[in-house]
Design a protein around this ligand. Structure first.
Ligand code: ATP
Ligand code: MG
Length: 651
């Protein structure tokens, strides 16, 4: 079936939008030409304790990199997410919490959230936590996770959230790296009815660290109600700690450049990096992007289906939506439990207007045909969002037609843990959409494409994506390692921020992310992005998901090694393999024809956030599976073993 390659802004979207295309053009120009005036105005979306007079004070010069925004202002992030809303929104729901099991649910109003945050903030103070101390949060998607982040922000403690799916070792190394005094966890977590033993994992992590553990206390939320080992000298029950605390706690005045949080990147490309974000610029940027990118309006029901363990959860479940006084759905479970209909059921149940999820979830549902949406209404939806990986046009179209009923713009948002918020994205009422393209830069963002020597390419171009100047949500440093920060992001192409991603720019100035630069293939001298071949593969009826990597090839330099997961009900065969090679040859070009096609019915190796780990697949393809590197962020190691056993290159 053929689909349009351009979707003009719909009448429905332009009728409701904050930002039309004219407004986008005019605001974008101002944001680039007069950044101080532009961001001075945007800063007013927050309540400040001390008003700012300085706005932008930044440099990308190697050896002298600095990123300061609003640096003589002071504010408190939790005040901006809670206190200032109470006059008008005390009884408004902040979170509709939907548990792992259907029927298990809870609502939390702004007043209740405020009370809980103050109690926990006071409780943390009673344990000796002060401004600047680091606190590791290892919690499932439960309201207490939001409470914990905001309670840290309230007293000026720096939170470091570790995704609840991580192992004791991954947790331990993150605790040590940022020297956390306190861990907040729960007895267990539930996802898709499977329990993760968070408290046991915490005990194991701290046990392994022994006397090297910086942790003085562990606060334990009783969530599932299972028995745990309790160390009375160290462990504190959450409910007991907060019971005796007052529900009022003065927010700590924070300089705009005081740290708000540390968050480790998802580790797709190697050892995770401890990204540090500060308070003022981050919050301005999170609130602004949440409003404009999703075209959020007061009264909308908003659902970001990410986990609070990722930056998407920080910026678009907690800080952005709460700064804007939004009502959000918070979901504990997974899209496929108890059935593939769960996402559609939650949308209908809460009449969700804005849904933000990841290509990995969309592809997982799409593999089941229409059944994930069969019988659902879905007419409440107005805007759909995607984040985390390039979204293949095939998945885009499925999302657009089956979930959005061909009426909702999809915002394909490109950004990183490092960028704090969305940098390249359509705006629902302003941008004509092209499936697979993240389209245009957000306000204040100056992307460019450079060749491998760092020369900027004009017009239609393909190469390495860099950002030329700072924006308020940008990371400030890697925690405890400013040198690695400069080396990682500013040394490859001096004077600009290097994203690590490849991109194309088309004749309309739209950006298309082509995958990690490290993953780009060079076949007989032709550069091929992995994203393009993968999109072609998943457009084939038999294929649910695909990953493409290069491997050493005697004649071509690099050969194309393809891993494919069949759709539900499809049996791999030699004939199908042939058909798939022919399909890619037809659809793209003979150069792109896969040399080796390995079926992966058990799935592909992914990070815990659902991204395909091509670096591991590259090692298997090169027959170097004894050198897999850091696999601590891998979701399911058994998948790797199966792929290694069935590998096609044994030379
Ligand atoms: P690490 O840096 O540790 O390897 P990571 O890059 O996966 O991990 P994140 O910060 O969570 O960690 O992910 C950011 C990356 O995700 C981007 O650099 C890009 O490669 C990819 N990405 C995110 N959104 C999109 C998108 N809309 N289109 C294409 N790629 C995207
Ligand atoms: Mg990265």
């Amino acid at each position: 079936m053929s689909h349009p390659s351009l979707y003009p802004v719909s009448a429905k979207a332009s009728a409701r939008t904050h930002i039309t295309d004219d407004v986008y053009q005019q605001m974008y120009r101002q944001s680039i030409e007069q950044p101080d005036a532009f961001w001075a105005e945007q800063g007013k979306r927050l309540d400040w304790i001390t008003p700012y007079s300085k706005i932008k004070d930044t440099s990308f010069e190697l050896g002298k990199v600095k990123v300061n925004w609003y640096s003589d202002g002071s504010l408190n992030a939790s005040y901006n997410c809670l206190d200032r809303h109470l006059k008008s929104r005390a009884e408004q729901v902040a979170f509709y919490w939907e548990g792992d099991e259907p029927g298990v649910q809870k609502t939390v109003t702004y007043q209740q959230l405020y009370d809980q945050v103050c109690r926990l903030a006071n409780g943390m103070k009673s344990l000796g936590i002060k401004k600047g101390d680091r606190v590791t949060i290892y919690l499932p998607m439960i309201p207490e996770a939001a409470v914990a982040l905001l309670a840290c922000a309230r007293i000026g403690a720096v939170h470091s959230v570790v995704f609840a799916g991580f192992s004791p070792d991954a947790l331990g190394s993150r605790i040590v790296d940022c020297d956390s005094k306190l861990v907040i966890t729960s007895d267990q977590a539930l996802r898709g009815s499977r329990a993760t033993h968070l408290k046991d994992n915490t005990d194991a992590a701290l046990g392994h660290l022994g006397s090297a553990s910086p942790v003085q206390n562990v606060i334990v939320v009783k969530h599932v109600g299972k028995n745990i080992d309790f160390h009375p000298s160290r462990d504190v029950w959450y409910h007991e700690l907060v019971a005796s605390q007052s529900n009022s706690c003065e927010p700590e005045p924070m300089n705009a450049e005081d740290p708000l949080f540390i968050l480790y990147t998802s580790g797709s490309t190697g050892k995770p990096k401890g990204v540090l974000h500060t308070t003022g610029g981050y919050l301005v940027y999170a609130a602004m992007t949440h409003q404009y990118v999703f075209d959020y309006h007061d009264g909308d029901i908003y659902w970001c289906a990410a986990d609070v363990g990722w930056v998407t959860g920080h910026s678009y479940i907690i800080y952005g939506p709460l700064a804007n006084g939004a009502s959000s759905v918070m979901f504990e479970g997974v899209p496929t439990y108890p059935s593939v209909k769960r996402i559609a059921q939650i949308v209908d149940k809460y009449q969700v207007n804005i849904l933000y999820t990841a290509p990995t979830a969309i592809r997982a549902l799409m593999a089941h045909g229409d059944s994930p949406v069969a019988g659902a209404d879905l007419s409440s939806l107005k805007t759909l969002g995607s984040v985390g990986e390039p979204i293949n046009p095939e998945a885009w179209n499925w999302y657009y037609e089956k979930v959005g009923l061909s009426q909702c713009p999809i915002v394909d948002t490109w950004w990183q843990t490092e960028t704090g918020g969305i940098l390249i994205t359509p705006l629902p009422g302003a941008t004509a959409l092209k499936p697979g393209s993240a389209t245009r830069p957000f306000f204040g963002v100056k992307p460019a494409i450079v060749d491998n020597e760092g020369h900027q390419l004009a017009g239609v171009a393909e190469g390495n994506l860099v950002i030329l100047d700072s924006w308020p949500g940008q990371m400030r440093t890697l925690y405890g390692d400013h040198d690695r920060f400069e080396q990682t992001y500013f040394s490859t192409y001096p004077g600009v921020y290097f994203t690590g991603d490849g991109a194309k720019r088309d004749e309309d100035g739209y950006y298309w992310l082509t995958g990690r630069v490290d993953d780009v293939l060079n076949i007989s001298g032709h550069r091929l992005g992995t994203a393009e071949i993968e999109s072609c593969l998943v457009a084939h009826d038999a294929i649910a998901e695909a990953a493409v990597v290069g491997y050493p090839h005697e004649i071509k330099g690099q050969g194309i090694y393809v891993y494919v997961t069949p759709r539900v009900g499809v049996e791999p065969s030699d004939e199908l393999t042939k058909a798939i090679r022919a399909w890619v040859r037809e659809e793209i070009s003979p150069i792109a024809t896969p040399d080796l096609v390995q079926w992966a019915p058990a799935g592909l190796p992914k990070t815990r956030s659902g991204k395909i780990m091509r670096r591991i697949l590259r090692k298997i393809a090169a027959n170097e599976h004894d050198q897999l590197g850091d696999i601590s962020t891998l979701a399911d190691p058994s998948v790797v073993e199966i792929l290694v056993n069935n590998r096609l290159n044994r030379k």
